[in-house]
Design a binder for this molecule. Structure first.
Ligand SMILES: [Fe+2]
Ligand SMILES: [Fe+2]
Length: 232
């Protein structure tokens, strides 16, 4: 049994968006994702997919993308990314009903992996795209959602945590954030995130051990579309 993570599949079986414009690394990326997932992941394994699943804007436009993910080996746990318009955070229970036994949607809940709780939310960092006030509003909302995820796991008796975010845990140049402080408060062993694309962005946030927590970037292009083993 192993725990894997990879994010940012950016699928578009129905929305007609090609990733080729983002550089040669993305050529045949769907085929690569399928090939390496099938090669590495066993049916008893878990794969956490850290957001940006589909270019579709509505669930109807994402169905083929979600079917592709459902057909990959192992248990699949999905996190929301900034492009996942199909997923209204408040309607996560509905998605979990709809895809019961096939996909698990991580939002305001947690999933277990052995004696670990897998907790997470989209997160947020400041990228200069919106006003600082707007950034603070989204960040605070995401922090609350992360607290709910940790809180439910703690209530269920879990003491070991792996924390997943879509956005990097810190904005560029920051040495800490409300997300890293929460990870430290709960003594999370690892923080896993994606969202960063292209060599210029891979170093946006922490990679490696910071104040006792292991940080990993798992954007699909960074991993060359090979899922990363997080835990054995
Ligand atoms: Fe992305
Ligand atoms: Fe993203």
């Amino acid at each position: 049994m192993a725990l894997y993570a990879m994010g940012d599949f950016h699928l578009s079986f129905m929305a007609g968006k090609s990733m080729d414009v983002f550089g040669s690394v993305w050529r045949n990326h769907v085929k690569k994702i399928e090939k390496y997932c099938r090669k590495k992941i066993r049916p008893e394994d878990t794969l956490v997919i850290t957001g940006d699943h589909s270019w579709g804007r509505k669930l109807k436009e994402c169905e083929a993308d979600l079917e592709f993910i459902a057909a990959l080996p192992g248990r699949k746990i999905l996190l929301r990314g900034n492009h996942d318009m199909f997923w209204d955070a408040k309607k996560t229970e509905k998605l979990n009903e709809l895809y019961k036994g096939r996909l698990c949607f991580l939002q305001n809940n947690f999933y277990s992996y052995g004696d670990y709780a897998l907790v997470g939310t989209k997160g947020y960092c400041y990228e200069g795209k919106d006003s600082y006030e707007h950034f603070e509003k989204i960040r605070d909302r995401e922090l609350e959602r992360l607290k709910i995820s940790f809180g439910k796991a703690e209530e269920a008796g879990y003491q070991k945590f792996i924390m997943f975010l879509h956005y990097p845990p810190t904005s560029i140049g920051e040495q800490e954030s409300c997300f890293t402080r929460l990870a430290e408060e709960y003594s999370a062993e690892q923080v896993v995130y994606s969202h960063c694309h292209g060599a210029d962005r891979y170093g946006d946030s922490f990679r490696g051990t910071v104040r006792g927590i292991e940080y990993s970037l798992v954007s699909s292009d960074y991993l060359k579309f090979k899922p990363e083993k997080i835990l054995k």
